[in-house]
Design a protein around this ligand. Structure first.
Ligand SMILES: [Zn+2]
Length: 187
């Protein structure tokens, strides 16, 4: 069985056996928070456990690197929706050590694209259209600085209410230990 078939077959049993019952909750986060963090596999269960949050407690927005790359992109929009429509009152940005976006080389990504069949002319066309692929795939050099920068961008966003604290933290993907980078109550 391939992955999709495996998932669908498991899912049939999951629903039939009412395994969903223990997850029953609402769309509003009990702990009134929205977390922006990285899509790293090691954080999937570790991060909620390490923060003592469970189903229904928080909104979690994820992307590669827990980055806000654009003030009017989908990440910022999600955070604002959480605040204005879903009762989130605080924002937490949680980066992590050993992140794939740390020191990521755009050249290596582009090289891999070519190996996987993306044509040079496609890259050229995008380039002529004003899309800077290299810049787009640029990661960060220092996770602490990156978290501080993202928290700052969110905090200073013209559409974020001034009374919303924005915290910045870095988590260890092995132990779950959190280091505080920005205390949003003091900002
Ligand atoms: Zn990461």
């Amino acid at each position: 069985m391939r992955v999709l078939e495996e998932i669908l077959s498991y899912n049939e049993k999951f629903v039939a056996e009412k395994k969903y019952e223990e997850f029953t909750t609402t769309k509003f986060p009990n702990k009134k928070m929205v977390i922006l963090t990285c899509m790293d596999t090691r954080l999937l269960e570790l991060l909620p456990k390490a923060l003592n949050v469970g189903n229904g407690d928080v909104k979690i927005v994820k992307n590669a690197g827990a980055l806000v790359t654009h003030p009017f992109g989908s990440i910022m929009r999600s955070l604002l929706v959480a605040v204005y429509q879903l009762q989130a009152e605080e924002v937490l940005v949680i980066g992590h050590h050993d992140c794939g976006m740390s020191g990521m080389k755009p050249e290596a990504v582009i090289e891999e694209m070519k190996i996987r069949g993306i044509k040079e002319e496609t890259l050229d066309t995008l380039c002529y259209s004003g899309i800077d692929i290299k810049e787009w795939f640029h990661g960060f050099d220092n996770v602490t600085q990156s978290v501080a920068h993202s928290a700052d961008m969110i905090k200073k966003h013209p559409l974020l209410p001034k009374d919303v604290p924005v915290h910045g933290l870095v988590i260890d993907p092995a132990t779950g230990k959190l280091d505080l980078v920005v205390n949003g109550y003091q900002a």
